[in-house]
Design a protein around this ligand. Structure first.
Ligand code: NAI
Length: 395
């Protein structure tokens, strides 16, 4: 029996997962995109072409995965029944509509996988699925296995870099999962990266790494921007400066302090998967990081980050300006930092650096999350902070 893999989303990561998973005949791959006419466009593109994924192998050779996913649809009635694993590969602001669409068709024993789920993924799952969540196994990763960008919609995508190790956490439902979650995701991803799972699911919410990395770098580069266009999009990681690295390190220290406070009160919650960002980078990229002498040098010298640039908007009069509508703000603040800050508030941990990033980010978004030192702003309904779900104690 083939492994039935359902992929949610239609962007960069969904293309890569669909292409790699479908290249193994032991997988039966379906994709569901609920965004505009994406499912139709992608299906049409594949009528005349295969899906090609370009990547550089460990031996330095340029290679490709070439395949065709079995089904691309926007219809949950067709996509969901019978799935063994359902993988979210879509920005967090779109997750709620996917949970709503999945709910009527979810069967006990299915495994939902966040790749990444981002922070608060499980809070939203419990909130939307209600009793249906009981039979479902939740498996979250704190990031995506690759850095990747679509080259031609539906047809071609490039992997800029692979992670070597891909770490997640599993929380089983009351029903045994239909398939072994770890084996199933490894079979979908192929041999690279190597997947492991340990610790409590809450550890993935706390170590949603993009939220803290992107926010610290965006703040460092643009918080005192004078509003004048710059010549070109600055390099995101290679162009990082010392102040941003120091800020990132302090933010990460606050996350570790939150985990320590939770574990001190709840000895049964295993948060050994919450680590400082320097250790996480070394875990993800042991081979790609050329200079491991400091956090700044690790970020600047990581092969998997090479060439990635700040999100920008082209100006009519020449030059570019930062794109503050990008997911580096709209995903990473409400589905990252605000969730972390909300948990910190429950366990009484002071987080001045996270607060600084939220206050800057919410200002750019024209939203209110953190007000008078509390996660109580009028816009917390668009976040996944525990306060939004009225969770006050045990998470
Ligand atoms: P993407 O930016 O390519 O996603 C775009 C897709 O999201 C669209 O194709 C559509 O399917 C969906 N979407 C966009 N706006 C929507 C809306 N308003 N309503 C419903 N659906 C909408 O995302 P990508 O690059 O595939 O990333 C997926 C996740 O992985 C994100 O959470 C991202 O932060 C994370 N990630 C991505 C990396 C990358 O290199 N692409 C690296 C590390 C993490």
């Amino acid at each position: 029996m083939p492994l039935k893999v359902l992929i949610l989303g239609g962007g960069n990561g969904a293309h890569v997962l669909a292409g790699i998973a479908a290249s193994n005949p032991e997988n039966e791959v379906r994709v569901m995109s609920l965004f505009q006419d994406e499912a139709e466009r992608w299906s049409k593109a594949l009528e005349s072409s295969d899906l090609v994924i370009d990547y550089t192998d460990k031996d330095g050779k340029e290679k490709q995965f070439v395949s065709k996913p079995g089904l691309i649809t926007n219809d949950p009635k067709v996509a969901v029944p019978g799935s063994d694993i359902i993988v979210f590969v879509v920005p967090a602001f779109a997750h709620a509509q996917y949970w709503e669409a999945l709910k009527p068709h979810m069967e006990p024993g299915m495994v939902a996988i966040g790749m990444p789920g981002a922070a608060g993924w499980e809070f939203q799952a419990y909130n939307i699925l209600g009793d249906k969540a009981k039979g479902i196994t939740l498996f979250n990763f704190n990031t995506l296995p690759w850095n990747c960008r679509i080259k031609e919609y539906g047809k071609r995508v490039g992997i800029v870099g692979f992670k070597d190790n891909f770490v997640g956490a599993i929380r089983k439902g009351s029903m045994e999962p239909k398939v072994d979650p770890l084996k199933a995701i490894q079979q979908s991803l192929g041999p690279r990266p190597v997947c492991t799972a340990y610790g409590d699911l809450l550890g993935m919410t706390l170590t949603h790494t993009n939220a803290i990395i992107h926010s610290a770098i965006m703040y460092g580069r643009w918080h005192d921007w004078d509003g004048k266009p710059v010549r070109e999009a600055p390099l995101f990681y290679q162009g990082m400066d010392q102040a941003s690295a120091d800020l990132l390190s302090r933010v990460s220290g606050e996350i570790v302090a939150i985990a320590t406070a939770i574990s001190a009160k709840n000895a049964d919650i295993d948060l050994s998967n919450v680590k400082h960002i320097s250790d996480i980078m070394l875990e993800f990229y042991p081979e790609d990081i050329k200079d491991k002498s400091s956090l700044l040098r690790m970020m600047q010298s990581n092969k998997a980050f090479e060439g990635l640039r700040h999100p920008v908007i082209n100006n009519d009069g020449g030059g570019v300006s930062p794109d503050f509508t990008s997911r580096y703000i709209w995903e990473d603040v409400p589905f990252g930092l605000v969730v972390h800050r909300g948990i910190a508030e429950i366990v009484g941990v002071h987080t001045p650096n996270i607060d600084k990033l939220i206050i800057w980010g919410q200002g750019l978004m024209g939203k209110e999350f953190l007000v008078d030192g509390k996660i109580k702003g009028k816009d917390i309904g668009m976040t996944r902070a525990p306060q939004r779900y009225l969770f006050k104690s045990r998470l």
